[in-house]
Write a protein that binds this ligand. Sequence first.
Ligand code: ATP
Ligand code: MG
Length: 240
Amino acid sequence: MTEIALQATDLKVIRGNKTVLSGMSFQVMQGEVFALLGGNGAGKSTTLLAFMGLLDVVDGRAEVLGQSAAEDAVAVRSKIAYLPESAALYEHLNAIENLTYFLSLSQARPDAKALHSALESVNLPKDSWTQPLKSYSKGMRQKTAIALALLRETPVLLLDEPTSGLDPAAVEDFHKIVEKLASIGVTVLMVTHDLYGACQVAHRVGLLRAGQLVDVFEADEDGAIDIAAIRDLFLQQQAA
Ligand SMILES: Nc1ncnc2c1ncn2[C@@H]1O[C@H](COP(=O)(O)OP(=O)(O)OP(=O)(O)O)[C@@H](O)[C@H]1O
Ligand SMILES: [Mg+2]
């Protein structure tokens, strides 16, 4: 039986003096790819932060593999690789040095082969691996950040706009990686503004508006999600 990997139950989060998530409930099953779509400020990044146990949850629960993100934050974070909206990597260090340093913070010491294979999987050009990040393009930085998340080898990935800045070929590469990880049981919750990409890679797409999940779209028996239906609902809501 497939297990629930991520569960939000009546989640309520206040940031500043604003209620940014209210009564949010959804589940992501183990090995599932769930994409969260929604307008700017809808609460997508906040949802990921709640699963990381990084925010005060006023009401309800965010659970990761059966543990409460708020109460067992350290244990929960060891099971998650989180790719933030703007990954803060060191500009004066090269890709290999960044990966080695950030992985050491989570007590991981991958060998050179593992580092190389991660950078190859995201197609970061080999001649840049030993160049400082300040000489990188936006997409090259994003590839490095994705490689870092992959190297953690955690059962859960929380990805905030992972394809932002990636060219179409890199987006395809990334989707293949995500599909492969899901096929071996890794659970992926990703935030994106790429409606087409979300429908391609996700098993389900959730549409968020003003801190509430207003609809969830599932793939049909051919594995396709109705892009036009999501776009129409999204535009309708933005206009409302
Ligand atoms: N640090 C903060 N302090 C106070 N309010 C915040 C903070 N961060 C975000 N918010 C508010 O929370 C709401 C949700 O923000 P969030 O970052 O989750 O949106 P989002 O859906 O990820 O948007 P985007 O598509 O622009 O990334 C917004 O109204 C925002 O103003
Ligand atoms: Mg965001």
